[in-house]
Design a protein around this ligand. Structure first.
Ligand SMILES: Cc1ncc(COP(=O)(O)O)c(C=O)c1O
Length: 377
């Protein structure tokens, strides 16, 4: 059946398969080989040496690329940060990058380091303020966005910003880690490249580090692939296999986690220990209208601010018994973290903010655990 006729939920199951010929394994083999039988002129792009290509990467890339709307455009990396670095490498030396002032802190730290050493010029803006981003575009080379953002759950108007960037001759990259391709497709909204920390929802079981860049345009995808070959920033076959295995259940995992996140957001919003809930699914959230227009759901990440301040927020983290106090997100288990414990988290993230990654446990068990911890402060 032609892939175009299939829903995203089906594509997550059927793409990146080895084939349907009799005798083909239904679950793909993991290809552990550093080199391949070959003779004749040496070249990249065919299986000759495993820094160039690997059959297990290819299946994962086909699946993620298909879900993001660019079946041939995905390039896997050993982590989300390696994928983000590959995007920064697309910026010409000395070029100007416009970036959200609050987004995944290590991406911000990496771009700031490059700015400090003169490799690029960096302008940071509030990406939820469309007019401010548009005003920063003239003379820029690239715009890097994340939506919803980590950890403030701010929403950028991707369609409007990609259109403005195109007019200004600025390329756009979007970190789609929080939304996943099930809920949002930045390429369809006008972005040039998308990235994921595949460590999170795509893999989904907190057992893999992996990243991926997806480019709509063959020239850009080729540059990203060439960068991976020469820098040697390659993923492990085992990791890509695990991520592909995880991807098969992404639609059902996300559906369950998202439904629970919606319930928890509503209950948290009326708990006296919580001064603010940040979740684009709440009708009074500043990002609600834009999220509604560009996403197919609001996701399973939320952030809460604790009325009692930093110490009370820390006490909540220490009082939960089911939620796991840990960094990262997007796994089957629910995680809770006070983000400002991380020194590189920008000051725009409140000290009393807790980021919640809602997993697959029963929502009533999750709520009972959170409520007892909140009641105690
Ligand atoms: C939104 C976002 N982008 C990128 C990254 C970096 O990914 P990785 O940890 O896989 O390098 C993270 C990690 O938390 C993230 O949350």
């Amino acid at each position: 059946m032609a892939h175009e006729a299939l829903s995203r939920d089906t594509l997550a199951v059927v793409t990146g398969r080895p084939g349907r010929a009799p005798g083909t394994p239904v679950s793909p083999d993991i290809e552990f080989s550093s080199t391949y039988v070959s003779w004749g002129p040496y070249g990249y792009g065919e299986s000759m040496y495993a820094r160039g290509d690997n059959a297990t990467w290819k299946l994962f890339e086909e699946a993620v690329g298909t879900l993001e709307g660019a079946p041939d455009g995905a390039v896997a990396f050993p982590s989300g940060m390696a994928a983000g670095t590959a995007i920064l490498e697309l910026i010409p030396d000395g070029g100007r990058l416009v970036m959200a002032d609050t987004c995944y802190n290590t991406m911000l730290a990496l771009a700031s380091e490059r700015a400090a050493s003169g490799r690029l010029q960096l302008t940071t803006v509030d990406a939820s303020d469309t007019a401010a981003v548009v005003a920063a575009l003239p003379g820029a080379d690239w715009l890097l966005l994340e939506s919803p953002t980590n950890p403030l759950l701010q929403v950028a108007d991707l369609r409007a910003l990609c259109a403005a960037a195109r007019q200004a001759g600025v390329r756009v990259g979007v970190d789609n880690t929080f939304a996943t391709p099930m809920l949002q497709n930045p390429l369809a909204l006008g972005a040039d490249v998308v990235m994921h920390s595949a460590t999170k929802y795509l893999s989904g079981h907190s057992d893999v580090l992996l990243g991926v860049v997806i480019a709509a345009d063959a020239e850009l995808a080729g540059r990203v692939r060439q960068y991976r070959i020469v820098q040697g920033s390659i993923p492990g076959p085992m990791e890509t296999w695990l991520a592909l295995r995880g991807l098969r259940t992404l639609p059902v995992r996300l559906e369950r986690a998202q439904a629970s996140a919606g319930v928890l957001a509503e209950r948290l919003a009326v708990h006296p220990a919580v001064s603010r809930v940040r979740y684009p699914g709440l009708p009074d959230d500043p990002g609600h209208a834009v999220a509604r227009a560009q996403m197919r759901g609001f996701g399973a990440m939320l952030a809460i601010e604790i009325a009692g301040g930093e110490a009370a927020a820390q006490a909540v983290v220490e009082a939960v018994r089911l939620w796991v106090p840990a960094t990262s997100l997007g796994g089957v288990e629910s995680l809770i973290e006070r983000r400002r414990r991380i020194p590189s988290e920008p000051a725009s993230v409140p000290q009393n903010l807790l980021r919640l990654s809602v997993g697959l446990e029963d929502v009533e068990d999750l709520w009972a655990d959170l409520r007892q911890a909140l009641d105690a402060v």
